[in-house]
Design a protein around this ligand. Structure first.
Ligand code: GDP
Ligand code: MG
Length: 321
């Protein structure tokens, strides 16, 4: 059985947890509160499993994923002779945590480490780039941005404002410039100037799958051409407010784009944060970051355990001082 490990946490981890709890407030006090209630002081029987399945679906976990999680829970309960709702709840925490734990690490060891941010319009790509720049700069990395969304003039201007705010340089070109050329220049410049990381914006327009594939293929090649030592992560940004809809629409898109991970934004704005749980099942991609607000420090590296502890807390979520 995958036991959900209770742990003693440091002050920093406690702060992270508080931030995640605030980000997940709507989800936690909504559908997941019902799940907590259902599993507190209950009888473990078929009705309970049916209720749970329904609640997981309402929480936007997605029907297929909800059915599988409840099946796994049933197995765990039987195998380990779990008797109480609290024991079953712990098993459920473990199952969800395992589901959310990335199967492979984020690749950032290239010179430079390149992160390409993709996704449809309005999901939060540009904001996420600013937040990533801030986060990695705080970690002591030298970050450069590339304005690969050359489709709209305003996109570059918006990124320029964020770059100033984050205090990092930006490589940009005029409207209509070739995004692969902009990103090539950024990677070249970063290599020459000793920057560790290039984070690149892209246009959200998805005329067709082939167009997208060609464009992203071209960008990947120009990254390698600019620096053979570069690593490349392609992060697909999904808006949690549109939840399961966004995930099913992203299925084809992410395969075409060769995405390597997901950033789930706007978790703070929805009671349906449960959609996070089905990202691996539907897209075969790990969640790397979550957006929990509009400010520059409202992005958190994704940690499955912190997420589950915030979603299904053991103690009342808010500590009284
Ligand atoms: N509440 C909230 N809003 C966000 C988050 N991320 C982005 N946004 C907002 O979403 C809107 C679109 O963001 P933008 O970065 O321009 O999206 P893009 O078109 O994908 O580049 C902006 O108003 C952002 O402030 C988040 O995590 N939480
Ligand atoms: Mg944008």
């Amino acid at each position: 059985m995958f036991f959900f490990k209770k742990r003693n946490i440091s002050e920093k981890e406690f702060e992270e947890q508080q931030k995640m709890q605030r980000g997940l407030e709507k989800t936690r006090t909504g559908f997941f509160q019902n799940i907590l209630n259902t599993l507190t002081n209950c009888q473990i029987d078929d009705d309970l499993y049916n209720d749970l399945e329904e609640q997981l679906i309402l929480a936007d976990v997605g029907p297929a994923c909800a059915v599988r999680l409840v099946d796994e829970l049933r197995d765990e309960v039987e195998k380990n002779h779990l008797k109480t709702g609290e024991e079953a709840l712990d098993a459920l925490r473990g199952i969800i945590c395992q589901e959310l734990t990335p199967r492979y690490p984020l690749e950032l060891d290239g010179h430079p480490a390149v992160i390409l941010v993709i996704g449809v319009n309005g999901v939060g790509k540009t904001t996420t780039i600013a937040k990533l720049a801030h986060l990695y700069k705080e970690e002591g990395r030298r970050v450069m941005l590339a304005a690969g969304d050359t489709f709209r003039a305003a996109a570059s201007e918006q990124l320029e404002l964020w770059a100033d705010r984050a205090g990092v340089p930006l490589v940009q070109a005029g409207q209509g410039a070739d995004p692969a050329a902009v990103i090539f220049d950024a990677v070249k410049s970063a290599t020459a100037k000793g920057y560790d990381m290039v984070i690149a914006d892209t246009a959200g327009r998805l005329h067709n799958k082939k167009g997208l594939m060609d464009e992203l293929g071209k960008i990947s090649r120009s990254v390698k051409k600019a620096s053979p030592e570069a690593s490349l992560e392609v992060l697909l940004v999904l808006d949690a407010i549109t939840g399961q809809n966004a995930i099913s629409q992203a299925e084809e898109f992410c395969r075409a784009a060769g995405a390597t991970g997901v950033v789930l934004t706007k978790l703070d704005g929805t009671p349906k944060g449960g959609c996070a749980v089905s990202v691996w099942e539907n897209l075969g991609l790990p969640i790397r970051f979550v957006g929990v607000g509009e400010k520059i420090d409202d992005l958190m590296p994704f940690d499955a355990q912190t997420f589950v502890e915030s979603l299904l807390p053991e103690v009342p979520a808010h500590k009284e001082d």
